[in-house]
Design a protein around this ligand. Structure first.
Ligand code: ATP
Length: 371
C-alpha cells in the first residue's frame, strides 16, 4: 500500500485541457471517490496515475516515488474499468494469473494468491470457466479479483459497476466494502452514483473542468459545500438554488430577501465582508424543505405553495412545488403524500440553509435562523 500524490497535474489533448493544475493527496489506505460531471477529467486522472497517459505538466507520486517516467507495469497499480476486458481464450484462473505477468513471483505463489482472492470474492466456482461464460456481475467480480491478486500498491476503479443493474450494484458495493476492510488498500474510485460515493468514500473529490473544486468527507461535501458548483453537482435531486439579495447586513447577521418572492431569511455567522444590497444565492436541499397543511401543525410564518407534481421514487417522493414565481423541490416520505391536499405551506430548517456569493459562487454562511 502507498499514498498517491498528484501535484499540479495537467493534461492537454490538443486544444482541450482535460485536467488543469490538479493537486490532491490520497493517503495510504484511504478510499477517495472522484466525482463530477461527464467529461470533467476523472478517467484522465486515473489513466495518468496508472501510467496509461503522460501528464502534460505536473507530477504523479506513489509512496515516496515520482512515477512519471515509469511504465504502467512498473507502478504496481491495479485498474478496473467498466466492462473490463479479459483474454477470451484463457480461463478465469489463467486471466487472474495474467495479472502477475512480468513480475518475479513463483508459480506456486501466483497460484496461492489467485486462490486466496477467489475465496475472498467467492468466485472459486468460476475459476475453470471462460470469460464469455460469465454474467456481467461475475465478470466485474473477476476483474476486482484479478487486479487485487497481484498485490497492487494502489487500486483504481473506473465506474466498475455502472453497467450493472441496481440490485447487483448494491451487492457489489457491499462486497467492495467488505473486501477493503480485509485488504485495506489505497483506492481511488470514479463514480457518478451519489449513494455509492457517500457509502464507500473516506473523502470525495469533486472535479469540474479538470480542476479540483473541493475534497472532503461525504458529510462535508454534502452538508457544507464550499461553493455553489459543489452544491449543484452533489445531490439528487439537486439543491434548490434561489437568487436573493441582502436587505440588512450587520457584523454577525444579515437579512436575505429571495428575489421576486416574499421569502425572507435571517442568517447568522461569519458575515463581516457582506454589504446591504449584495446579490447572493440561497441554497436549500430538498429534504430541508418541509411541506405541511395550512393550520394544524403548520408553522405560522410558512409560505403558501402549490403542489404541481408528485414524483415517487420508492420510500421517498419528490414534491414539485410552486411558491409564487419560484419552483422548488421538496423530499418527503411517500407515505405522507396522501395527507398533502388543500392549502399547503413550506418552511425551512434554518440550520440547513446555504448562502453563496453570487459573483464568486463561494460559500458565505455558517448558520441561519428563522424564516
Ligand atoms: P465521463 O464521466 O463521461 O467518463 P470523465 O470525467 O471521465 O468523463 P475524461 O474521459 O477524463 O472525462 O475526459 C476529459 C476530457 O478530455 C473530455 O473533454 C474528453 O472529450 C477529453 N478526452 C479524453 N480522452 C481524450 C483523448 N484520448 N483525445 C482527445 N480528447 C480526450
Amino acid at each position: 500500500m502507498a499514498s498517491v500524490q498528484l501535484n499540479g497535474l495537467t493534461k492537454h489533448y490538443g486544444e482541450i485541457k482535460a485536467v488543469d493544475d490538479l493537486t490532491l493527496t490520497v493517503h495510504d489506505g484511504e478510499f477517495v471517490v472522484l466525482a463530477g460531471p461527464s467529461g470533467c477529467g476523472k478517467t484522465t486522472i486515473l489513466r495518468m496515475i496508472a501510467g496509461l497517459e503522460k501528464p502534460s505538466q505536473g507530477q504523479v507520486a506513489i509512496g515516496e516515488q515520482v512515477v512519471n517516467d515509469l511504465a504502467p507495469q512498473q507502478r504496481q497499480v491495479g485498474m478496473v474499468f467498466q466492462g473490463h476486458a479479459f483474454y477470451p481464450h484463457l480461463t478465469v484462473q489463467a486471466n487472474m494469473e495474467f495479472g502477475f505477468a512480468g513480475r518475479k513471483v513463483s508459480r506456486a505463489e501466483v497460484h496461492a494468491k489467485v486462490l486466496e482472492m477467489a475465496r475472498l470474492l467467492q468466485i472459486e466456482g468460476l475459476l475453470e470457466r471462460f470469460p464469455q461464460e460469465l454474467s456481467g456481475g461475475e465478470r466485474q467480480r473477476v476483474a476486482l479479483g484479478k487486479t487485487l491478486a497481484a498485490d497492487p500498491q494502489v487500486w483504481l476503479l473506473d465506474e466498475p459497476f455502472s453497467h450493472l443493474d441496481t440490485n447487483l450494484r448494491y451487492t457489489l458495493r457491499n462486497e467492495l466494502t467488505r473486501l477493503r476492510q480485509q485488504v485495506g488498500i489505497t483506492t481511488i474510485l470514479v463514480t457518478h452514483d451519489l449513494s455509492e460515493a457517500m457509502s464507500l468514500a473516506d473523502r470525495i473529490a469533486i472535479v469540474h473542468h479538470g480542476q479540483l473544486l473541493q475534497c472532503g468527507t461525504p458529510a462535508e461535501i454534502y452538508d457544507r459545500p464550499g461553493s455553489r458548483l459543489v452544491a449543484e453537482s452533489w445531490g439528487l435531486p439537486p439543491i434548490n438554488l434561489l437568487n436573493a439579495h441582502l436587505t440588512q447586513a450587520a457584523s454577525n447577521s444579515v437579512d436575505v430577501a429571495v428575489d421576486n418572492s416574499p421569502l425572507r431569511v435571517t442568517v447568522h455567522g461569519n458575515l463581516e465582508a457582506l454589504t446591504e444590497g449584495q446579490s447572493v444565492t440561497l441554497g436549500i436541499r430538498p429534504e430541508d424543505v418541509y411541506v405541511t397543511k395550512a393550520g394544524g401543525n403548520s408553522p405560522q410564518n410558512g409560505l403558501p405553495v402549490t403542489l404541481v407534481r408528485v414524483e415517487r421514487t420508492g420510500a421517498d417522493a419528490l414534491l414539485h412545488l410552486q411558491c409564487g414565481s419560484l419552483d422548488l423541490i421538496a423530499r418527503a416520505a411517500s407515505r405522507s403524500v396522501a395527507e398533502l391536499s388543500g392549502d399547503l405551506r413550506i418552511d425551512f430548517d434554518p440550520q440547513s440553509i446555504h448562502l453563496f456569493d453570487q459573483d464568486t459562487g463561494l460559500r458565505i454562511t455558517q448558520t441561519a435562523t428563522s424564516t
